[in-house]
Design a protein around this ligand. Structure first.
Ligand SMILES: Nc1nc2c(ncn2[C@@H]2O[C@H](COP(=O)(O)OP(=O)(O)OP(=O)(O)O)[C@@H](O)[C@H]2O)c(=O)[nH]1
Ligand SMILES: [Mg+2]
Length: 453
């Protein structure tokens, strides 16, 4: 991608609205604005970061729109190049006319994410911050917004820089001694290397431990309702949704297919999935429903296994329990308003009694789910968190290299081994900040942005 030319794109979504913004970035920005913008009050020159009211004219001097325009001089801009923003009426036709005017003048239409790409290349943002910009734009919940914003503001970047700085110091120390193979590294230096590396490794692990919660906060979670026919799954789905979405009857085998609905729990978007009751069935339609339910169990972030408390446990409950045994599961003893007959001592998981008839236990269940999905985040919302799989994988790999360093120190291996693994861990950390990311990975990341960002 050439990054020295001047680009233009709508910065607001295409459609109708109060205002729309067209953004220009690059060396010709100011010239482009001056050529067609007629300020309402006479000015000697357009000053940086001042908003001017005026008319935008086309090539023939006809009015395109009444606009507000701002010129922002490099380097204090989003891209660190000269930037112009034209705020016009929120009409698709006006935006189109402005963009066409400038394309005819030789400006280029920006590619998806190109403004942020320039901000990255020009050192305004590192890669993890740039990725968080995209996450912020796509945030579907308040928790996703908060987490993405903290990453845009550089919380994760500062963490990575801190690891990198400290590891570089260790690297310098080790490489200085590699040049003198006849001498041994003094014991106190070895101790200090061990302390630093082990401390960084602990912090890297703390960070990778946040990934599940970070993912739930940004992407939401899926919760699947499982259990034998008539256990009360569809009734619970309706209660959690607050509407009669699924059909409920006292006929076992009412739900045949998967049914998904979204709710928000403790600020987290949750997909609730109701399923066909699990049992061995001869009916081909019911069997297909059961097969689909069983496949979904593996993918769910949490399974709620419902056991009908008003009936003795039977082989269908045991079958359901088996089907859920590898998934993170809460066991629910349902219909607590009726006389309880189920003996469910065999389960290892926490058991939650509930009744959808009286509402007993439903709030407690919601709290337990929120606590399970968000963990420590409910208490400490200002911790740094990972939300991106790419970051998670790089940090796990960096952590593995640091483990190797510690093992080599323990085994008294030569300094070359240490230097090799430290270099490797720096390489993995650099993937997060973008320092060592390849061009193809970069273009993959930026192509997911929208035009104009
Ligand atoms: N008394 C009482 N009845 C309940 C409760 N929950 C569900 N039921 C009844 O149990 C029966 C089965 O409920 P459903 O929600 O259809 O059960 P299901 O697990 O979805 O059943 P399938 O779709 O057949 O697998 C219905 O008659 C419900 O009214 C409860 O908490 N108390
Ligand atoms: Mg049902």
């Amino acid at each position: 991608m050439i990054i020295t030319d001047t680009i233009i794109a709508p910065a607001t979504t295409v459609g109708e609205g109060g205002i729309a913004v067209v953004r220009i970035s690059g060396p010709l920005s100011l010239e482009a604005l001056k050529k067609y913008f007629q300020p309402t009050t006479q000015v000697q020159s357009l000053q940086s970061q001042r908003l001017y009211h005026g008319i935008l004219l086309d090539r023939h001097g006809e009015h395109i729109d009444e606009v507000m325009a701002v010129y922002m001089a490099a380097p204090k801009t989003y891209t660190r190049d000269d930037v112009v923003e034209i705020h016009c009426h929120g009409s698709q036709q006006v935006v189109k006319a402005i963009i066409n005017l400038y394309l005819e003048q030789g400006l280029r239409l920006a590619e998806a994410g190109e403004f942020t790409y320039r901000a990255f290349i020009n050192g305004r943002l590192d890669l993890s911050q740039a990725e968080a910009v995209a996450r912020l734009i796509h945030a579907k919940s308040d928790s996703a917004r908060r987490l993405s914003l903290s990453q845009v503001e550089g919380k994760l970047s500062r963490c990575i820089h801190d690891f990198t700085d400290r590891l570089r110091q260790v690297q310098v120390l080790i490489e200085a001694w590699i040049d003198f193979p006849e001498e041994d590294l003094p014991e106190e230096d070895l101790q200090s290397i061990r302390r630093t590396v082990s401390n960084i490794k602990d912090q890297v692990s703390q960070l990778t431990d946040t990934y599940n919660t970070g993912k739930v906060l940004t992407e939401g979670a899926s919760i699947l309702l499982a259990g034998r026919p008539n256990a009360g799954k569809s009734s619970l789905l309706n209660t959690l949704l607050g509407e009669e979405r699924a059909i409920v009857t006292d006929i076992p085998g009412t739900t045949r297919d998967l049914l998904e609905e979204g709710i928000t729990l403790a600020g987290v978007p949750v997909r609730l999935i109701d399923t066909a009751g699990l049992r061995q069935s001869e009916d081909p339609v019911e069997r297909e429903g059961i097969r689909r339910a069983e496949l979904k169990i593996e993918q769910a972030d949490l399974v709620l296994l419902l056991i009908d408390g008003s009936k003795p446990v039977d082989e269908q409950d045991l079958y359901s329990y088996q089907a859920c045994k590898d998934a993170p599961t809460f066991v629910l003893r349902t219909k607590s308003d009726l006389a309880q007959q189920a003996d469910i001592d065999f389960v290892e998981q926490p058991v939650y009694p509930i009744s959808v008839k009286t509402g007993a236990g439903v709030d407690r269940l919601k709290c337990a789910i929120a606590e399970y999905l968000l963990g420590d985040y409910l208490q400490t919302s200002d911790t740094v968190m990972l939300a991106e799989q790419r970051h998670y994988e790089s940090l796990v790999a960096a952590g593995r290299c640091l483990d190797n360093v510690l093992a080599s120190l323990e085994a008294g291996q030569s300094l070359e081994f240490l230097a090799f693994d430290i270099r490797d861990s720096l390489q993995h950390l650099g993937q997060v900040s973008g320092e060592t990311t390849t061009d193809s990975v970069l273009s993959g990341i930026f192509s997911q942005f929208c035009i104009g960002k």
